[in-house]
Design a protein around this ligand. Structure first.
Ligand code: DC
Length: 226
């Protein structure tokens, strides 16, 4: 059967990864969480005190970064490896969340991440979620979704997710972080968050994951059979 590229873009905490992961599992495709790559780069910069406003420092640092995803059979997740270290848990930390949008706005960082993402899409058969996947990384992707959700629902979702790793976090901190990231992600100079012209907009504020899957799967199968 024909293999396609499926992209899912949208603001933070719209449920992109949940949908992308479920869709990939149904289609036997590879799920790629592009945000995890920016988070891993941010973790590397923080650990190594890299000044991301200094292009030559960034360039040198990037030469020492290897990013890989590895499938964990036990929990069905794709986990992020930074230089052979499993950082899946560490990259979900608040310190990374507070800095990742700034790091992801750096030209050299985006060039590196986008090149890696395109390599991962060479054989097609992937579902990749992010901010600029349908607009910049794979402008010719066969099926593009732009996911939206009510801001209050997004804050609530992210709060529940963050609480597991950061028991002292408050809902106001989560709200401020989401608003800041949305602003930086949408207003940066290089490949800002944009809905691709040919993307299907899906508002999942009041949809269960099963509802979303029904819609997405039907549309995806239509594209696969085209
Ligand atoms: O999806 P996420 O919250 O894990 O993404 C973390 C950050 O990475 C987000 O604030 C913006 C950035 N990002 C990006 O700029 N481009 C992507 N394709 C994916 C994520």
């Amino acid at each position: 059967m024909k293999k396609i590229i499926i992209t899912i873009d949208g603001y933070s905490s719209c449920g992109k990864s949940t949908l992308a992961k479920a869709l990939a599992a149904q289609l036997n495709y590879v799920f790629i969480d592009s945000g995890a790559m920016y988070r891993a780069i941010t973790l590397y910069f923080l650990r190594n005190h890299i000044d991301w406003n200094n292009p030559s420092e960034v360039k040198n640092a990037i030469e020492n970064i290897t990013l890989e995803f590895s499938y964990n059979k036990e929990n069905g997740s794709c986990e992020m490896f930074l230089n052979d270290e499993n950082v899946e848990w560490l990259i979900r930390d608040m310190l990374v969340a507070e800095n990742v949008s700034e790091v992801a706005a750096v030209k050299e960082v985006r060039e590196f991440a986008i090149a890696e993402q395109r390599k991962m899409g060479k054989g097609k058969g992937i579902v990749m979620d992010g901010r600029d996947i349908g607009s910049t990384v794979f402008p010719k992707a066969e099926f593009k979704i732009f996911l939206i959700a009510d801001p209050a629902i997004r804050v609530e979702r992210r709060f529940r997710e963050m609480l597991e790793k950061n028991p002292n976090i408050t809902i106001d901190e989560v709200k401020a972080n989401l608003e800041m990231r949305d602003y930086i992600d949408s207003n940066r100079e290089f490949s800002p968050l944009r809905k691709a012209k040919d993307a299907v907009e899906l508002d999942n504020s009041n949809l269960t994951i099963e509802d979303q899957m029904k819609i997405a799967l039907k549309l995806a199968k239509g594209k696969i059979q085209d």
